[in-house]
Design a protein around this ligand. Structure first.
Ligand SMILES: [Zn+2]
Length: 245
């Protein structure tokens, strides 16, 4: 399994950056996790639009989903113009209802509601969900292949349930939104909490993401490392691909 970082910033991208979007590939088959501002453009550096069949959205805050309003045109007009389309399938929580209802588009995009009870089998991927601690219904997402496991926290505060969900993952892709002085602010994690989660879950590698555009990323990495001795800790780099080992 290979993980490519398309965007890592929230709640808005800095010049040249993008909001959350992560391309997972196995056996050459792609799965897109989240689709924030700038992701559709970046994705085409790695796959052609007609390869995309599945999108999983952690939640429907705009920084994680706004490019769905653009992806619809790419699928409808660019890829499948004049043909009987096979829709791109989107799996998402259904709150807010109004946002969820906007995901489906003509015959190009078909949206499906998912809950933490669901388990999807999508080509080589098994996809599972866990509700997180966030002001809007949000899922952490676990993607497994026969060989590897990736856990993406979505947006969340630190929680013991999520530690269990992430246990023994090869990569934990963790949102790292808050400066330490804002620890406990609802629905997000600090770098030290990301480190703690990786340590307690026994993951092999921790990748930090979901950065405030003006955050001192190196400082966040250092803080996470101080709380995590058992995993390698790095900042997710936009445009970079990570092979799970
Ligand atoms: Zn959010």
């Amino acid at each position: 399994m290979q993980l490519t970082i398309l965007g890592r910033y929230s709640p808005f991208p800095p010049p040249g950056g993008a909001c959350p979007g992560y391309l997972v590939r196995s056996e050459g088959i792609p799965l897109l996790l989240d689709c924030g501002s700038g992701v559709v453009s970046r994705m085409q550096n790695f796959i052609s639009m007609d390869q995309l069949r599945w999108v999983v959205l952690s939640h429907l805050h705009g920084d994680h989903s706004s490019d769905m309003a653009i992806l619809r045109y790419a699928v409808d007009l660019d890829v499948r113009h004049g043909e009987d389309p096979t829709p791109v399938e989107v799996f998402s929580p259904d709150e807010p209802e109004e946002e969820f209802s906007r995901l489906s588009y003509k015959k190009a995009i078909a949206a499906h509601r998912v809950t933490e009870e669901d388990r999807l089998e999508l080509g080589p991927f098994t996809v599972e969900f866990a509700e997180t601690d966030h002001p809007l219904l949000c899922h952490a997402v676990r993607v497994r292949t026969s060989e590897h496991t990736l856990v993406y926290t979505g947006d969340t505060a630190y929680s013991c349930d999520l530690v269990d969900f992430a246990r023994q993952a090869d990569v934990l892709l963790a949102e790292c939104s808050l400066p330490e002085e804002h620890a406990g602010y609802r629905g997000h994690m600090t770098a030290s909490e990301c480190g703690r989660m990786a340590e307690e879950a026994g993951v092999r590698r921790l990748l930090l993401t979901h950065f405030w555009p003006r955050a001192d990323v190196e400082d966040l990495v250092q803080t996470a490392r101080e709380n995590c001795t058992g995993s390698s800790v790095h900042a997710a780099e936009e445009g970079r691909s990570y092979r799970l080992r």
